[in-house]
Design a protein around this ligand. Structure first.
Ligand code: OXD
Ligand code: MN
Length: 605
């Protein structure tokens, strides 16, 4: 039964049913009975069925499920992801583009009758707490029960999502997904930002098919934010509660493999804990931010769960994330421990299961398989865990107004050049710093090591329009916020010595940097003015308890601003702006070129 009277929703569902021709249409109301019945359907499929899911050990992992996707379908496919705006210029140099009509003409035959013999599930969901002035409604049509069960964790799913839509509103995002034949040659992840529409076909991997996440909450939402005066960013949100009881909220944008989930769930060092500091997680991946009534910038996490990378998550690196996965979680492409029907992944512990099933489904001897160079879990295997499982979830997680942001942090993985932390001179300079976010490739990824990849605001794969206009939108938001704007910082946890060893301990000790950032926001600590921004003065980063590791010489290195390296950095940024952006159709705001000039002049002084 349709769960809404909204005529636009009903008309669009009818149109998509006529196109895809499912045998049956089921509206997802989000009830336990309905979800239990769907779970039962996929867990009773025969082994080898591509839709098969497995229950895990009911005592150790209650309510948890396991699934594997096809080996050709394990990650987001950026080369097959499109932004179909009416002009190519509107999509800009960082996106693949095709005219909307042309794209629809190409994809319509693929969708025609694709759900014959299948059921279409109609999933209403809210990104953000239902009723929040910052929340938005989406509807995803899918032929995958795996998608329904994941959307139930990642969003506020079910009939309640329609509550605030009314009968005539057109303000909802239309997502159409079909696994089709999971054919990588016909896989497309396509956005029509001008029509609030997403079409995804021939994939079953989370980032391509949980359409509320990257497709809606970043690509479509960034476009909506530009037109409606708010921001959708690839940022974690955390709260630091200080001993006086006040909580300061911070967002941070890092490219992948830079520890966003770890920072979001940070456990402060003992000394800070004794003093009464606590860190609360509001979000680990996406922030929607809008000026509030008091003129400050407020953020919500539009998601309701964590879609985290499993390998590397353990009791030491991120005990809070691990705790999130102990119940009601869906695991995808990790390894199975057949001895007790639990899951395992690389670096979970030092005991890979002997009786294991690796992520592609072959029964193997775990230790032997690893010794021969195999991965038991796929490196991009994931857990989908409810936010409410998180031991440090913020009490403000469901606050419809969001949390007021004091600081925005950018960062990347840089072996040299970039100091541990510095503060921008102002919002415009901070926007420049965001545009300059880049990260060096690691040995973990294929390709050359140490190659610099530009990833402005950590949003390169997710900006749903022209990157130059996106930077202009950042500048406009700064003007609107004026002196109420959050302060902008840059961090680098990954500085190395000449032998390639990391010289900053990172993880929980990053609290020491957050501490300086908060004091800068409060105006309670001075700073050193340099050509690139404000740096901590000697002694202002608290290293109590790690003095042996972070000696004064090491701190000098961590906070060094090397003139030659920065001259090279500025030259590379000029090349990037000119060759990669401006020459390819990105309108770079003059204010950002002016920032380059200013830094260069200061370096040469
Ligand atoms: C990503 C993710 O790819 O969060 O950034 O999954
Ligand atoms: Mn992400």
């Amino acid at each position: 039964m349709a769960l809404t009277n909204n005529k636009n929703v009903l008309a669009w569902v009818d149109e998509m049913v006529a196109l895809t021709k499912p045998d049956k249409v089921v509206w997802i109301d989000g009830s336990k009975e309905q979800l239990d019945a769907l779970t039962s359907e996929v867990t009773t499929l025969p082994d080898g069925d591509p839709n098969k899911m497995y229950y895990l050990n009911d005592e150790k992992l209650p309510g948890c499920l396991y699934h594997r996707t096809l080996p050709n379908d394990v990650a987001r496919v950026e080369d097959r992801t499109f932004i179909c705006t009416s002009t190519k210029e509107a999509a800009g140099p960082t996106n693949n583009w095709m005219a909307p009509d042309e794209m629809k003409a190409m994809l319509t035959p693929l969708y025609d009758g694709v759900m014959k013999g299948r059921t279409m599930y109609v999933i209403p969901y809210s990104m953000g707490p239902i009723g929040s002035p910052l929340a938005k409604v989406g509807v995803e049509l899918t032929d995958s029960i795996y998608v329904v069960l994941n959307m139930n964790i990642m969003t506020r799913m079910g009939a309640a999502a329609f509550e605030n839509l009314g009968d005539t509103s057109d303000d909802f995002v239309r997502g159409l997904h079909s696994k089709a034949d999971v054919d990588p040659e016909k896989r497309y992840i396509v956005h029509f930002p001008e029509e609030n529409t997403i079409w995804s076909i021939n994939s079953a991997y989370g980032g391509n098919v949980l359409l509320g996440k990257k497709c809606f909450a970043l690509r479509i939402a960034s476009f909506q934010g530009k037109n409606e005066g708010w921001m959708a960013e690839h940022m974690l949100i955390l709260g630091v509660q200080k001993p006086d009881g006040e909580t300061k909220y911070i967002t941070a944008a890092f490219p992948s493999a830079c520890g966003k989930t770890n920072l979001a769930m940070l456990i402060p060092p003992e000394g800070y804990q004794k003093d009464g500091y606590k860190v609360f997680t509001v979000g680990d991946d996406i922030a929607w931010m809008k000026p509030g009534k008091d003129g400050r910038l407020y953020a919500i996490n539009p998601e309701n769960g964590f879609f985290g990378v499993a390998p590397g998550t353990n009791e030491k690196s991120n005990p809070n994330a691990l705790a999130c996965t102990r119940k009601n979680t869906i695991f995808t492409n990790v390894a199975m421990n057949n001895e007790d029907n639990t899951v395992w992944w690389e670096k979970l512990d030092k005991n890979p299961p002997v009786d294991a099933t690796e992520w592609k489904g072959a029964k193997v001897n775990g230790p032997e398989y690893i010794a021969e160079g195999g991965n038991l879990a796929h490196p991009n295997s994931r857990f989908t865990a409810p936010a409410e499982n998180c031991p440090c979830i913020s009490p403000e997680f469901n606050n419809p107004e969001g949390v007021p942001i004091s600081a925005i942090i950018f960062g990347g993985r840089r072996a040299s050049t970039t100091p541990l932390v510095y503060q921008s001179f102002d919002w415009t300079h901070g926007t420049y710093i965001g545009s300059a976010v880049s990260s060096e490739t690691t040995a973990a990824a294929t390709g050359a090591v140490g190659v610099l990849r530009h990833d402005p605001m950590a949003m390169k794969p997710f900006i749903g329009y022209n990157v130059g206009d996106y930077w202009a939108h950042w500048l406009e938001m700064g003007e609107k916020l004026g002196d109420k704007a959050p302060k902008i910082f840059n961090v680098n946890w990954f500085k190395q010595d000449e032998e390639g060893n990391f010289i900053w301990p990172g993880f929980g000790d990053n609290m020491r940097v957050l501490d300086w950032i908060i004091k800068r926001c409060e105006g309670t600590v001075d700073a050193e003015e340099t050509a690139i921004g404000y740096l901590p003065k000697k002694g202002d980063i608290n290293i109590e308890g790690i003095e042996d590791e972070v000696t004064p010489e090491i701190m000098d290195k961590l906070l060094a601003v090397d003139k030659d390296l920065w001259t090279k950095e500025i030259a590379e940024m000029r090349r990037y702006y000119n060759d990669d952006i401006a020459a390819k159709g990105g309108n770079i705001p003059a204010a950002l070129y002016a920032e380059l000039d200013k830094i260069e002049a200061k370096l040469n002084k």
